[in-house]
Design a protein around this ligand. Sequence first.
Ligand code: HEM
Length: 372
Amino acid sequence: MEPVILNCGITALMRRWDRLIASSADGKHFAVQYEAEFARLAIDVIVALGYGQGLDALGTTHTQVARWVHDYNVLSMVNLILPIACTQWPFTLLTDSLLQSRREFVASVTAAAATRREQLKQMAEQRPTDILQALLDGEDPESKAKMTATQVVAENIAIIVASTDIVAQTLTWTLSYLMLYPEAYHRATDEVRRAFPSHHKAISYAQARAKLQFTEACVYETMRIRAATGVFLPRVVPKGGATFQGHFLPEGTELGVNVAGANHHQATWTSPRRFMPERFIDNENLKQNIFSFSLGARVCPGKNLALIEILSTIANLLKNYDFTLPPSALFTPDKLDEHGNPTVMPRSHRFTSVGPTYPDCDCQIIVSKAVK
Ligand code: HEM
């Protein structure tokens, strides 16, 4: 998994940025909308892991998958709020282009699975080792039944949708918080560059975990203070009802588990409104209290993949590039909110993630090669 993340994601992003720097007016720096860059990275990684072949959204102008994921998220939100707009004519006229986009998405994933089934007939022994193959080969541990073609497509789409936006948004929030807290940015950058001199090729996840305690803490603190997870995790009270903190909840009651509530709970977190990465230093147990990946039976199955992708990306970018906010930036360290903390850009809730509302305006950053 890790070589794919490094090659198809991080190294490809850095190659792209090096090209952009080289072709900039002064050959030294360029401005970029980083949310879109991280979206390309996340898509390239999951397509490479999922299908064993690169899509190269970072190297080309490929935006199709990003559009499918975006439209899928919007359609899912509409479906929650106004289901009739997704199912019943003439209301479906309102969502026509989104429904068309979903049909294209489903058709493409269906075709990929069908092609793989055909290819497998020609393959004697060596089978691909990607997510698609895992879904085709997977079986129920008890009945030994395999998934149907429709289930394989549905799971594949769930993985693509669940893994792209939320990883991209977590990277986006991490970089934006580092820009709002220059002390944390400089401390993390110093830590990375001290541990890995410029000739060090690529920082692996294991190396980052071993040597970049503070940088890793910045990622965890971002996931706590501004989880990219959707607002709440839906649940239905099981048969017989349940008693929770003295309140009886009848069976069938629909509930939402509040992610931000858990990540800011005063009983667990000192000064929960403050961005304090140092709270995680030498406090491994505290990381377990972050609720952003959920907990228990429904914990995010992509948690380890996400942590590898996010920490390795941040570590390698801090090693190789310097970042500054453009003069036009609206959210800067000196603009404080009513709690005395830097004001964070406004955010919007999508179906699977929470991202900046105006990324084209608020996620501009100036990138230059690291000054050694
Ligand atoms: C920072 C990144 C990520 C965060 C914060 C995150 C968070 C979550 C959360 C909160 C859930 C719902 C769990 C619940 O209902 O209790 C979930 C589900 C899921 N996640 Fe992630 N996720 C991330 C990245 C990924 C990645 C990279 C993958 C790719 C494999 C992935 C695949 C999934 C899938 C397939 C589900 C649905 C599981 C089910 O239906 O039970 N996620 N994720």
